[in-house]
Design a protein around this ligand. Structure first.
Ligand code: PHB
Length: 405
């Protein structure tokens, strides 16, 4: 282990709620940091939801990140990696404290998180204030790579703007004129609806939004809103839900008899990682996303096989994002021989990263957000099957970002 066998490697630790201190959990190294010369492991802090409606999303990001590290012999950039985990529960009100624990108490070298946009924005603030390297493996809050962009913040997943944008054209071309939108009222839902509307307006098709429906995050009492959709009788519905909420929404929509009468569309989070639980109710749903289960490229095939072997589960978009987060960090650390203290050089390497991702080729824009294909997919035979490229190499407009890297 890089020459210092006295160090205790904390792997797979969960920072438990109510724990009285890191020392009590055996997480504190008796040696000062940075300790690359002494062979200290690189400390990665996962701040992810391990409980609640997004629990599965967090777990898949975590598992796939670890898979990548395992494939590199337990190392990134040649340096041993240790993990600490915090369950952020998708609760924005606890986010600053959780992030401060990782940065202040645990003294992690890099934070990887999170799923929920509101939680992510609190993390972005702490990362900016403390100059902590942050890799966002899901949360789409546009601001993170917009007005709040920073040299030390990267996003491997998407901005909320990205996967929703091409859907305007898709639905207009399908001939839908009167559209209802439905989502949770929080940053991700609002921003995806806005992006979809932006693109719809650009089509010049005359298609319009007849009503925007919202419920508070993470509520799943959809019945009255589904009744409202039945009353409005639009040509189609655009939606964003994810995780456990998406499972219930798709099932409730079908159970209300709307599925055959009013086609349901959305960003691909609606049916990604949820399809098994949704069963028949998901069949035929069309979505746009930066991934599809049957993308025919060697990286995807190898990834899905390895993920299945490790977890006995089918990989999904969240797993891909976790996997690519490790790939990005590996590129940065390789450029500096594992010395995360050589920050400028590391960041320059990450900015120039070109990754052969399971989702297809990806790179990074000046704002440090991922540039990627957005695919149109359709649920067939229990899979999110590729239909077409809805928008090739789509970069977020990064409105308000002042980075000029
Ligand atoms: C978000 O809050 O940014 C978010 C959460 C779950 C998703 C996508 C976006 O699947």
């Amino acid at each position: 282990m890089n020459g210092d066998s006295r160090l205790i490697l904390p792997t797979r630790r969960t920072i438990l709620k109510g724990a009285t201190g890191a020392a009590a959990l055996g997480l504190v190294s008796p040696f000062p940091k940075p300790a690359i010369a002494q062979g200290a492991p690189l400390k990665v802090g996962f701040m992810l939801p391990y409980t609640g409606t997004f629990a599965k999303l967090g777990k898949f990001i975590d598992e796939a990140f670890r898979l990548h590290v395992e494939q590199k012999g337990g190392k990134l950039g040649g340096r041993q990696v240790a993990f600490v985990q915090v369950d952020d529960e998708s609760k924005p009100e606890a986010a600053t404290d959780n992030m401060n624990r990782l940065v202040g108490r645990e003294k992690v070298d890099v934070v990887v998180g999170t799923v929920h946009s509101g939680v992510a924005m609190a993390m972005v603030k702490v990362a900016r204030d403390t100059n902590t390297l942050l890799i966002i493996p899901n949360a789409g809050a546009n601001e993170a790579t917009g007005p709040a962009c920073a040299p030390n913040i990267f996003r491997t997943s998407f901005s909320n703007w990205q996967p929703a944008f091409p859907m305007g054209k898709v639905m207009a071309e399908a001939g839908h004129k009167n559209i209802v939108t439905i989502t949770w009222r929080y940053a991700a839902g609002q921003q995806m609806v806005d992006s979809f509307k932006e693109n719809l307006a650009q089509t010049g098709s005359g298609a319009k939004i007849v009503e925007e429906l919202y419920l508070p995050f993470p509520e799943v009492e959809f019945q009255s809103l589904i009744t409202r959709i039945a009353t409005l009788r639009p040509d189609a519905v655009f939606s964003f839900f994810a995780g456990g909420g998406a499972v219930k929404f798709v099932k409730d929509y079908a159970a209300a008899g709307l599925k055959e009468r009013i086609p349901l569309y959305g960003t691909g989070f609606l049916t990604d990682g949820t399809i098994e639980a949704q069963g028949e109710a998901a069949n035929g749903i069309k979505t746009t996303l930066h991934y599809a289960d049957n993308l025919d490229n060697p990286a995807n095939k190898a990834f899905l096989e390895a993920f299945k072997k490790k977890t006995n589960l089918d990989g999904d978009v969240y797993a891909v994002q976790g996997y690519d987060s490790a790939a990005l960090l590996d590129i940065g650390l390789t450029a500096v021989g594992g010395d995360a203290g050589a920050r400028d050089k590391m960041i320059a390497a990450m900015e120039g990263a070109k990754i052969d991702s399971p989702r297809g080729p990806i790179s990074f824009s000046k704002s440090h957000n991922v540039v990627q294909n957005i695919y149109l997919r359709e649920v067939r035979n229990g899979r999110n099957e590729y239909v077409s490229v809805a928008h090739a190499n789509l970069a977020d407009p990064a409105r308000g970002c002042r980075l000029s890297a």
